[in-house]
Design a protein around this ligand. Sequence first.
Ligand code: FES
Length: 468
Amino acid sequence: MRAKKRPENLRSQRWFAPDTMRGFSHRSRMKQIGYSREDFLGKPVIALVNTWSEINPCHIHLRERAEAVKRGVWMAGGFPVEVPAFSITETYIKPSPMLYRNLLAMDTEEALWSLPIDGAVLIGGCDKTTPGLLMGAISANLPAIYMPAGPMLRGNWNGQPLGSGTDIWKYWTERCADALSEEDWNAIESGIARSPGFCMTMGTASTMTALAEALGMTLPGASSIPAADSGHVRMAVETGRQIVEMVWQDLKPSEILTRAAFENAVTVDMAIGGSTNAIIHLVALARRRGLDLPLSVFDEIARRVPVLANIRPSGEFLMEDFFYAGGLRSLMAEITDLLHLQCITANGRTLGENLQGARVIKNDVIRPRERPLAPTGGTAILYGNLAPDGAVIKISAASERLLQHTGPAVVFENYQDLESRINRQDLNVTEDSVRFCATRGRSVVPACPSGACCRFPRNFCTEACAIW
Ligand code: FES
């Protein structure tokens, strides 16, 4: 049992407790907001780092959810303050949301460090938000817990489940082929994202929130709860309660995020058939923590971990089904022999303790070990003349016939060229053709037309260009 921190040793007391002119000023300004000394003196001050924004559909419920977190903080004897953070909405941000992950990390770190904060609840979920918030919290190294925004409910059209970020490709192709009426196209547009929450396929958002849980930075089971489920509100309240305890126990990210915890995250990434982007983010998170996580670790772990989550794009189902099947705890319970169960997590218990009693409820969604979706990991590391430093492929989402492929490249000058010619009847293609955008190649970056439409230097990575 670790010694509990004494109230006078709280970091926030450096601002509020001294009987000095500065101390007076800090206390009087809290009174200006409407609080009394009893509200904040000697109590853990908890920052709710909230990435809510009215133009971020994945986080649209987070203003309201923050109130539930505050309820938990108050009940546990803490003092909650909501601190808005930059909201990275994958859908709208140009030139690329990836450019803003580190801005959010800086925003988070500076907010936590510069203010009288004792602990933090990190609130978000859309793709780059999870790594951004966690990176900032790692650098600040104050007690912190992640509250995932939760996936959307499944999409629905004509009784068919729709997956955000995946079905759009299919139906756009049908639309281009004139195989979809205007009415159907509109109905799909209305049904593909029908609740708050992040994309409900196993894209970057679902992957990174699952990995936040595998790392030990959330309450057990938190990442799988759909945003619209009342359980999500209860989880928010519990998260608020728990951060107060974490402050008293002085449980910091540096203690939770060990090398073993990162290996657990890589293992879970493989078992869920996670997004290839997860590798970029996990490497960045590990480096923030001062740990090296080379691609060889992903390669080595991928070779021994089966894909068990039958979730699109690798599989058949969606995150709502994953929740009903038992969620991430159940999946992890299937692979306990591959995990470091001694890792400490945000609730103060070990991962092994958190997995006790978890079981799979629907084994068509979370496959048993003897009937995996794929016998080895969802992601493979490749090396070759196109990627001498390594590249990543999500094998579990690729058709078998495409794993080895030879075909002529159809070269487009840039994205605008691609858009204007891709559907032309006279385009010289066969079913073996490979699409290639010249401006994506490093050697032709200076020719990137992004200088016309974005404020980044013309030789900035073309992945970042607004026209992509
Ligand atoms: Fe936010 Fe997909 S757009 S997770």
